[in-house]
Design a protein. Structure first.
Ligand code: AMP
Length: 584
């Protein structure tokens, strides 16, 4: 299949922000693609070459992209940098540079196929060692040499990990259902994706073997499954109502969610974003093998840092010291030891437990593990009584947890989805808005005076799950110390874009715009109605959205959360309403 054909469809997708139109274009794409290469096309459309849990990454440095462009277009490095200054997006720079390429070389070009593009991208992802950037650069140059200008735009964006088509996985699933099955089968296709976390595999199975085979996709030890997420409510009575009058209330530990895959004396650990983090927690690798009594299994839990002196839980921040840390791991282990608090069992000795009830899974978890000093079970109370739950909640806070998560006793494990079968109840719902929210950076305002050269404030957004868009909710300027302030431009640089991102709704004109990526934890005094922000627009007053008054950065970068895992506008409406109730 010609790469140009899919590029033409990408162009159409790039011109719309409407989910239904995007779906139509994707249906056209999937219908045209040869089933042999549909997995590759799926990954390419997601802007990658492998599923998320695969360790290989494209990640080509800008410098190398400029070199590759220079060597193919005949332009000098500084000419390319000039175009870059003007356009601000390397994809557009590539398009321009390739269109200026000398005419004669056009004769020597071979048309790019999807297979060829994918093959080179794969080589780019896999290149390692001291000369890897150079090797990657050469494979890119080879593609650019044969690329038409519009093809060069998408190839360049892909190697830089910035595809920017703004297509949600769920939209791809809608399109796959329409193209290869019936619309009403989309949930079954989604389920397959949620358990295998690999949309390429799902699309290929569907296109080649049909829905029947997709139904047979099950979870596999060693392949992370997309995490089940929780809704939130502000009273225990409402929670009990949602859970048919009775629920299991578990401590909500403040740490890092981990999925442990154990088989044949081997352990794999995955984060909530499905990254392989096994090497960051060697102690769990060792201890899990000691406490696990089955042959193979998938367990889920929260990794929490412990105060060596008191044994009490420490703030989450202390685990984040571990993340991405290759050196000094031993010191980190001694300084900030961690415990793994297990709360679920998704698979045990050949049996998929995600289709079993919470109660059954908990039973299997107890059967599978003999707890030790560092690996334990989450505290739980099963009750139908709100007062008893309230008492348990206070105990949980005293013990250093964030609150409770209520779980419906008969609920199945709904991978990848947020629903009412798990409901969080956090301590700060009690007082105004002393609860934190996780917001996405979408823009910034230039700093003045002491803040000249960095940002004066960031434009923050919440995630609107219904529309799959980001809506602004506040300008955030407090809570940053000098060191963080200086680090901000660098931290955000790679997400900088020329104009407001296609998925962001903002009434404010920021000085800088970013791709929604970086998530920060924010604490505010109160949620108010504001005509300047777009979060939950029209829901409380026509023409106005919600805003956070006096927002402060808590100092906690939520690197473990992707932008679509930020606090949702729906949750904020709930928080606004519970605030009113508190005032009554
Ligand atoms: P939040 O990050 O506020 O959306 O809350 C959901 C997160 O709470 C999950 O992703 C887990 O990391 C964490 N968590 C802590 N304790 C539990 C528990 N007992 N059951 C489920 N999730 C828990």
């Amino acid at each position: 299949m010609k790469y140009e054909e899919i590029v033409k469809i990408y162009d159409k997708i790039a011109r719309t922000t409407k989910r239904l139109e995007m779906t139509d274009h994707l249906v056209e794409l999937f219908s045209k693609v040869d089933a042999e290469v549909i997995d590759k096309v799926t990954y390419l459309t997601q802007g990658k070459v492998y599923p998320d849990f695969d360790p290989y990454e494209l990640g080509l440095a800008e410098k190398m992209v400029i070199k590759a462009l220079a060597s193919t277009s005949g332009l000098r490095d500084n000419e390319i940098e000039e175009i870059w200054k003007e356009k601000g997006d390397m994809g557009l720079v590539a398009e321009e540079a390739i269109s200026r390429k000398k005419q004669t070389t056009l004769l020597e070009m071979t048309e790019l196929t999807v297979e060829k593009v994918y093959e080179n991208l794969e080589k780019i992802a896999k290149a390692s060692g001291p000369r890897s950037q150079d090797i990657k650069m050469r494979y890119l140059a080879d593609l650019l040499h044969n690329a038409k200008p519009s093809e060069a735009r998408y190839i360049t964006r892909t190697v830089m990990g910035k595809m920017r088509l703004g297509i949600a996985d769920m939209t791809m699933i809608d399109a796959l259902a329409i193209a290869f099955a019936e619309k009403e089968h989309r949930d079954e296709i989604e389920r397959a994706y949620n358990v295998c976390s690999d949309l390429g595999k799902v699309s290929k199975t569907l296109a080649q073997e049909g829905l029947e085979e997709v139904r047979k996709i099950h979870l596999t030890v060693g392949v992370p499954i997309r995490a089940m997420l929780a809704e939130r409510l502000s009273t225990l009575e409402e929670i009990l109502e949602k859970t048919d009058g009775k629920a299991a209330f578990e401590y909500k530990y403040d740490g890092l969610r981990l999925q442990a895959h154990i088989a044949q004396q081997k352990v794999g650990l995955y984060s909530r974003r499905l990254e392989n983090v096994t090497d960051q927690f060697p102690e769990f690798k060792r201890d899990l093998l000691k406490v696990f009594k089955g042959k193979e299994g998938i367990l889920e839990g929260e990794c929490v840092p412990i105060d060596v002196n008191t044994g009490a839980f420490l703030p989450f921040q202390m685990v984040s010291h571990r993340r991405g840390r290759k050196y000094g791991l031993r010191e980190a282990q001694e300084e900030y030891p961690v415990h793994l608090v297990l709360f679920d069992c998704l698979y045990l000795d050949g049996e998929d437990l995600t289709n079993k009830s919470y109660e059954e899974r908990r039973k299997q978890l107890k059967k599978a593990v003999k707890p030790s000093e560092s690996i334990m079970f989450s505290e739980v109370l099963v009750t139908d009584n709100a007062d008893e739950a309230e008492e348990f909640f206070h105990k949980s806070i005293e013990d250093g947890s964030e609150g409770l998560i209520a779980k419906s006793l008969d609920s199945l494990y709904a991978a990848g989805s947020r629903g009412w079968n798990w409901i969080k109840y956090k301590k700060d719902y009690k007082s105004e808005m002393s609860d934190t929210v996780d917001l996405v950076v979408v823009g910034a305002f230039a700093g003045r005076g002491r803040r000249a050269g960095t940002y004066g404030a960031l434009l923050m957004a919440a995630y609107d799950q219904e529309e799959d868009r980001f809506k602004t909710i506040c300008k955030l300027g407090s809570g940053f110390d000098d060191e963080m302030l200086l680090a901000l431009p660098k931290k955000l640089e790679e997400y900088k874009i020329d104009e407001v991102h296609v998925k962001v709704d903002s009434k404010l004109e920021a000085d800088f715009w970013f791709e929604p990526s970086v998530v920060l934890e924010v604490l505010g005094a109160e949620i108010t109605i504001s005509p300047s922000h777009t979060a939950a627009m029209d829901s409380k007053r026509k023409g106005a959205g919600l805003a956070i008054r006096f927002p402060r950065f808590t100092g906690r970068w939520r690197d473990d959360k992707g932008p679509t895992e930020a606090t949702t506008t729906k949750e904020l409406v709930g928080m606004y309403e519970s605030q009113l109730k508190t005032l009554e």
